[in-house]
Every structure is written in C-alpha cells, then in structure tokens.
Design a protein around this ligand. Structure first.
Ligand code: SF4
Ligand code: FES
Length: 257
C-alpha cells in the first residue's frame, strides 16, 4: 500500500526544524511501524541523505524508549499501544501521516523524533529507590504485603517512562509518571523508610524540571500505553501534603511546606 509520511526533521537542539515529505509506495501491511521507518532510512542512506533519528530498544512495548506523535496522538493513539507495537495494518492505502517528537519544554528535541527525557531520570534519582536490604527471594517473601497493596503497587510499577502522558497533557504535566513512581514504592512495606522524603523530593524535582501542573484533564490516563490510573496522582498529592505537614526538616530542605 501507499503511505505518505510527513516527518519532523531537525538536525540538533538549537537548529530550526521542519516537516519533510516522503512517499512510501510499497508498504507491506505486515511491517511494524518501526520496520517501515527502517526501510525508509535504508533508502535515505542509499541516496546519501541523513536517516531519520528515532528511539527504540526492546520493540516489545516494555522499555519506554520509542514514542513520538503520529497525527497529533502520542504513540499513534491506539489503546495501550506503544509506537513499536503499531503495525502498518492499522493504516489504509493512501493514508498521510504526520510524525513529530514529543512537545514539552522539559523534553527538548535532540534530533528529528528523538527528545531528551533525562528530566524523568532526575525525578527518579530524587527518590525512586529503597534503602531496605530485602535479601534473597526467600527473605523478600517473609515480608507480608496485603494483596490489595501489592496489586496497586504492581499496577503503578507498569509505567515504562515513555513520556506519552507528558506529550498528551495540554499542560505538559509529568504527574502521572511521577505519581506512578511514588505510588509504586510508597504502597509497599519496603518503601516506607523513604516514603516522606520520596514524596517531597520527587514532586519538588518534577516542579523544577519545567513540567506543567496537573489540572485533572485525564489526557495522560487516556493515552498511557500501560493504562496507568490517575489514582496514582491522587496518591502522590496525598503523600506530598502528608509529608509537607509532618516531615518539616526535609520539607524545608526540599523547598516545600
Ligand atoms: S505513566 Fe504511562 S504514559 Fe506516562 S511515562 Fe508511564 S507508561 Fe508512559
Ligand atoms: S521500543 Fe521499547 S517500548 Fe517501544
């Protein structure tokens, strides 16, 4: 089938970008979306042109690397699907597609469809860890965890850090990502020693990284390829307020409270 691609091309963070049109006259419906881009890149290289830069790693929907806007929708807009899980059979002959990188001040464009998501790493570094030695699997299993808590924690832990929630949010808020990472650890016994510090520090870093505020629009939840619930934003807000009120020294250090 024939597909027309309009791809955002930008050579670097400080250069202007523009849409460039590419005709793909012979797309196989069995190709994945990224395989189709691989074919286009082979052709560009053969012509002596620069290939399109896009991120990917696992190509199985579990690493969070891939991700850009397709026709204005993060990851293409199909339910619980990352870009690497898209196939060309999702599209029809003659379709015209527009490919753009995530748009957020906190995710500056590196090149073409690739953005710098190290702001997410800095949020994780602020508190996304535990200090409790959990030992081997046997030791770990001696810590009793209520089923409801483990279920909610595991649901939150499914976040792959792709950034689609930020890209879909009109405010470019990172609340769903940060909420998932805080809830994942705060809901488990192993996460309790740092619960207060974690809640204060991760929210503080999120605010410092130029992400916008959450105004409960729920675009993040609707777009998330892992179905992360906005319940995690409520958990984050509740734990942040609790920590701000009861954890004064760390709150002052983190600039909150
Ligand atoms: S919350 Fe969902 S959309 Fe946001 S980074 Fe995690 S997996 Fe991606
Ligand atoms: S390449 Fe890993 S989630 Fe898509």
């Amino acid at each position: 089938m024939k597909i027309t691609l309009n791809v955002w091309r930008q050579t670097g963070p400080n250069t202007p970008g523009k849409m460039t049109r590419y005709e793909m006259p012979d797309v196989n419906v069995d190709m994945s979306f990224l395989e189709m881009l691989d074919v286009l890149n082979e052709r560009l290289i053969e012509k002596g042109e620069a290939p399109i830069t896009f991120e990917h790693d696992c190509r199985e929907g579990i690493c969070g690397s891939c991700g850009f806007m397709i026709n204005g929708k993060a990851h293409g807009g199909f339910p619980k699907t990352t870009v690497c899980q898209l196939h060309m059979r999702h599209y029809k002959d003659g379709d015209e597609l527009f490919l753009e990188p995530w748009r957020a001040a906190a995710f500056p464009v590196v090149k073409d469809l690739m953005v710098d998501r190290t702001s997410f790493d800095r949020i994780i570094q602020a508190g996304g860890y535990i200090s409790v030695p959990t030992g081997s699997a046997v030791d770990g299993n001696t810590i009793l965890v209520p089923k409801s808590s483990s279920d909610r924690a595991m649901d939150a832990a499914q976040c792959i850090g792709c950034g689609a929630c930020v890209a879909a949010c009109p405010n470019a808020s990172a609340s769903l990502f940060t909420g998932a990472k805080i809830a994942h650890l705060n809901l488990l016994p192993q996460g309790q020693p740092e619960k207060m510090d974690r809640s204060l520090k991760m929210v503080t870093v999120m605010n410092e990284e130029m992400f916008g505020s959450c105004t409960n629009l729920r675009e993040c939840e609707a777009t998330c390829p892992k179905g992360i619930s906005i319940e995690n934003i409520a958990i984050m807000n509740r734990h942040f307020v609790e920590a701000s009120l009861s954890h004064r020294p760390a709150a002052a250090e983190a600039g909150a409270g």
